[in-house]
Design a protein around this ligand. Structure first.
Ligand code: ZN
Length: 99
C-alpha cells in the first residue's frame, strides 16, 4: 500500500465525514466480544501527522473519528473507529496533539 494513496484518502474523509455529515461504515461486530450489534457513540476530533514520501507532515484539517460501543450489556466497551489508512498515523497522533 502506498503512502501517497493513503494521503489521497485522507482529504475526502476529512471533508465528508463528521457530525451531521457522513458516517464511516459501522462495524459488523464488537471488536472485543464479537457481538453482532454495535452503536455509534459520538465523535473524537483529532489532528494527525501523515508520512508523505517518507516525510512527516501535519495534516491541515481535523479529522472526526467515530466512537462505537458494543450493544451487549455484559460487554458495553467502546472504541474509536479508525479508517484503514489511519492505522499508520495513530502513534503520531498523540505527539501531534501534545505539541
Ligand atoms: Zn462487546
Amino acid at each position: 500500500m502506498s503512502i501517497v494513496l493513503e494521503w489521497s484518502e485522507f482529504k475526502p474523509y476529512a471533508t465528508r465525514v463528521g457530525p451531521g455529515a457522513e458516517r464511516p461504515p459501522r462495524p459488523d461486530e464488537c471488536m472485543f466480544c464479537a457481538f453482532a450489534r454495535v452503536w455509534f457513540n459520538g465523535w473524537r476530533r483529532v489532528l494527525v501527522t501523515v508520512l508523505v514520501d517518507g516525510q512527516p507532515l501535519r495534516a491541515p484539517d481535523w479529522v472526526h473519528l467515530h466512537l462505537v460501543r458494543c450493544a451487549r450489556r455484559e460487554c458495553h466497551r467502546s472504541w474509536t473507529l479508525r479508517p484503514p489508512w489511519a492505522y499508520l498515523w495513530l502513534a503520531r497522533t498523540r505527539s501531534a496533539e501534545n505539541r
